[in-house]
Design a protein around this ligand. Sequence first.
Ligand code: PA5
Length: 448
Amino acid sequence: MKNISIDISKTYNFIKQDEIISLQSEITKHHKALFDKTGKGKDFLGWVDLPSSIDEKILSKIQADAKRISKIAELFVVIGIGGSYLGARAVIDALSNPFTGLMSERKHPFIIYAGNNISEDYHAELMELLDKKEYAVAVISKSGTTTEPAIAFRLIKNHCEKKYGKQGAKERIIAITDKAKGALKKLAVNEGYTTYDIPDDVGGRYSVLTPVGLLPIAVAGIDIKKIVIGAVAAEKEIKTSSDINKNPAALYAATRSILYGNGKQLEILANFQPSLQYFTEWWKQLYGESEGKENKGIFPAGVNFTTDLHSMGQYIQDGLRNIFETVISVEKSNKKLIVPIDEDNLDGLNFLAGKGIQEVNKMAELGTMLAHVDGNVPNIKITIPQLNEESIGELIYFFEFACGLSGYLLGVNPFDQPGVEAYKNNMFALLDKPGFEEQSKNIKARLK
Ligand code: PA5
């Protein structure tokens, strides 16, 4: 693939190449089932050809709305949770200056998030901020009924109407939801908000390339058309061949499947760029919700290096040996910064003087990989040349497709999430939601 290469050579001490190759016929079958939309969860396979079928008109409408919002807002509040939040944040953080929020001269609104938790303090402090700043809002929920974003939206809608009046609020609120059903759709129609539809056949965690992700990303000033170009390229290449030797998504899925079969039940996605922290969060949801069912599945964890080498490094090096590591390696930095010479050299770092920070980071990455392999942690390396729109677009599709393949290899439906309902039912019963009377009695008795 143009922007992605994968190296699994550091798994060969733990699993045999032949084992991986032996999955070829299964991979070919699942590759076909995904593209033909015939496998488990086939009603939610809209993401498979989403990049190449994105309507130019939608992209232009998103860009026009983003431009309009830039003129009226310093902050853009993105209300959503899970798949209605993490994709946007993953891309925005990966491609933005982390200090944007502190810069007084900004070309684009700073993106902040709400409705991804139920913390009173978080939302009260957000209200205090919104008192002082000009803002606009995207409320995002496919079902239109999720409690966390619904509570946040109730608060922010109320604040917005008080601050800007009904008409002003209408100009500042955009709803992204199902095209026909759900409470949010009804509310948006009643209030006359600008709306975007989430396709029926694209589930939350696969929705970053729909308006769910693309609108907030565009408001942040990122070129969404380039992201789509990257994703389209990945779709085309991945579609061309299911051959494990030619298709990196197939190789990744096959390798992690064999590692899992050999007792490596936990996958750690590691990065060496703090801007990828939320990309990892997005990946965790994608794989965790897709594979973790029927009492099986790899547990997806994430670390940000070198930061977490000083906290989790010990465990990875020496703890329980049920883990493997997948590193997203970024070849080149976007900016240049050299370690300066210091006459006194009290810190003893003059041996680094003149070297780029990225070179030091690379050596940390290589050193870590070898140390962890020596500590019996197999390593998969996924390399992109640089952090930019196209490589992120490719990476999104690569991980989505590999996730679909992985779920099928595991024998589960990677496109549902039945387990997510359990906590919601208990919470509703505890909060005396109408219709939950019986559960309410039972659950309260259990807590006595
Ligand atoms: O991937 C998923 O389906 C979930 O994570 C959902 O995205 C999340 O629960 C939010 O749901 P909704 O968009 O309906 O508010």
